[in-house]
Write a protein that binds this ligand. Structure first.
Ligand SMILES: Cc1cc2nc3c(=O)[nH]c(=O)nc-3n(C[C@H](O)[C@H](O)[C@H](O)COP(=O)(O)OP(=O)(O)OC[C@H]3O[C@@H](n4cnc5c(N)ncnc54)[C@H](O)[C@@H]3O)c2cc1C
Length: 414
């Protein structure tokens, strides 16, 4: 078996396949874990397992478009692929479509924590914190939004413990919160992993098990050779009867030569990682209005957010980075944020319905996809690996994963 892409998703797929006794080779064009899986917030978060498209998102996006430091920005593009993507995204904002996606993501995210436990039980080492995620509100509309969020998650079948908290209760949990906090929500049953530590732990374990992990080995082409696939790379070509494409936003370019169109867009985000300071936060916080995540890890606090749709380059925007700092400082005014944070940008891969693509590619026997995880690639990486390995090895049909079947969206070869 060959896995293309050494991010969290590809390495989890490789680990799960190797665990089932398959001979696996991983091709990674750069270093494992150096792309989207590096500087993100690292949350394993059932409470935020909602599709990006949803009711109200288009109106909110239009409002944010005029705010250069707002949390969402769409790069103007008249390409046929992008216009098609946007048309599909708009359809996915309709309440019934959004609701179906929400239910599917909630069902999957409920199994995300146990999938991390299973990974740890198989000896994979990574930094993990099992602690609630706090959603403080600083305005009445934000507080109402959080109340509606809890109701919507419950209606979608979430059994997660979501607790409404008063301002005092929140401040006793996180004393550095501004006195302007009005109340909020604590999402229990959440955890976060230091994202850099997950691919690193998987990589170590794969090497230890004798898996070939080829770094600086970009796959340039997939070619059919009888019943097998020839995976071509300047680092050496190999054949396999099954291929998993987990190449993030680049996945579509490997399918295009076969006439398979995969609607996927890049959605850039940023993070700033600060040295720890005693005045800083102790808890993971999500600031709903600016859509900013604050993650406390061993030896660092990370502030992350922003979704730049259709972004092409990983350039760092000083304005957007400053907006992250400003949002964190408003919520935590006493935090003496150290100067010179470590800045980072990464590309999420986003399908128009906001759901990942996990499963076989129609028309290309033996080729499977594991991408499009958008804001949930860390949350769902171990579960994706587990379920995908069962599909590849046993040909198992997976009811839980059926909502993520690539067949719902790909344009098939003629
Ligand atoms: C600011 C920000 C915050 C986030 N916070 C969270 C969070 O809190 N929780 C969460 O669950 N998710 C979060 N995410 C999303 C998460 O980062 C991604 O969904 C996840 O990292 C995707 O993993 P991946 O393995 O699919 O992609 P990647 O990590 O991008 O890996 C894909 C790999 O494929 C390689 N590749 C590409 N083309 C080829 C080729 N031709 N040949 C070989 N290799 C190739 C790339 O080099 C790359 O290493 C966040 C994202 C951002 C940007």
């Amino acid at each position: 078996m060959i896995v293309i892409g050494g991010g969290a998703v590809g390495l989890c797929a490789a680990e799960a396949l190797a665990d089932r006794g398959c001979e696996v080779t991983v091709y990674e064009s750069d270093r494992c874990g150096a792309a989207a899986s590096a500087g993100n917030a690292g949350w394993v978060t059932p409470s935020l397992a909602t599709p990006v498209p949803g009711p109200g998102v288009i109106m909110a996006s239009l409002r944010w478009l005029t705010d250069p430091s707002g949390p969402l920005w769409i790069r103007p593009s008249l390409s046929r692929e992008m216009l098609d993507w946007i048309a599909r995204f708009m359809v996915s904002c309709r309440p019934p479509v959004h609701r179906r996606g929400l239910i599917a993501l909630q069902r999957a995210a409920a199994l995300a924590g146990p999938a991390f436990d299973a990974l740890a039980a198989r000896g994979i080492e990574f930094e993990q914190h099992v602690e609630p995620l706090l959603f403080p509100a600083f305005s009445q509309p934000e507080l109402e939004y959080l109340g509606n969020m809890v109701d919507e998650l419950r209606r979608a079948g979430s059994a997660q413990h979501l607790e409404r908290l008063s301002a005092d209760e929140l401040r006793s949990l996180e004393p550095s919160l501004s006195e302007h906090v009005l109340g909020g929500v604590a999402a229990h049953d959440e955890r976060r992993v230091r994202p850099e530590s997950l691919p690193a732990g998987l990589h170590r374990a794969l090497i230890g098990r004798g898996v070939a992990v080829l770094e600086h080995a970009p796959v340039t082409r997939l070619d059919r050779r009888g019943r097998e696939w020839l995976v071509e790379s300047p680092a050496g070509s190999r054949r396999a009867d099954a291929v998993v494409i987990a190449a993030g936003v680049a996945s579509a370019s490997l399918l295009a030569p076969h006439g398979v169109g995969l609607p996927i867009a890049a959605a850039k985000g940023y993070s700033r990682t600060y040295e720890p300071d005693p005045t800083g936060p102790r808890q993971a916080l999500y600031l709903e209005d600016p859509k900013v995540a604050i993650s406390v890890f061993d030896g660092g606090v990370r502030v992350s957010g922003t979704l730049e749709l259709g972004a092409r380059a990983l350039t760092l925007s000083p304005r957007r980075l400053a907006a992250l700092t400003a949002a964190a400082q408003r919520a935590l005014p006493g935090w003496r944020m150290p100067a010179r944070p470590r800045d980072w940008a990464g590309m999420r891969s986003l399908s128009p319905d906001g759901l990942p693509y996990i499963g076989p590619v129609p028309g290309l026997d033996g080729v499977h996809l594991a991408t499009g995880h958008a804001t949930l690639g860390i949350t769902l990486a171990p579960l994706t690996g587990q379920r995908l390995a069962a599909m590849v090895v046993d040909g198992a049909r997976d009811e839980l994963m059926s909502a993520f079947d690539p067949a719902r969206a790909v344009r098939r070869p003629q």
